[in-house]
Design a protein. Structure first.
Length: 65
């Protein structure tokens, strides 16, 4: 949660990964609390539509490292 929050420039609750355990749930939550991300997400959504959840998590992990 800390790395994700730092990369987004905000503080996220420590429990965010437990409260939103899937990529879909987490992105939905982030879109609600950070509406400016929703605009960016719609621009790049097609790039990730074909990926599985595991592949999306790998992409997220690589970007956060």
């Amino acid at each position: 949660a800390r790395s994700l929050g730092m990369s987004l420039g905000t503080t996220l609750p420590t429990s965010v990964v437990f409260d939103y355990p899937t990529v879909t749930a987490l992105t939905g939550y982030l879109a609600e609390v950070l509406p400016e991300l929703a605009d960016i997400a719609t621009d790049t959504a097609d790039d990730y539509d074909e990926l599985t959840e595991d592949e999306l998590l790998q992409q997220l992990s690589e970007r956060l490292s």
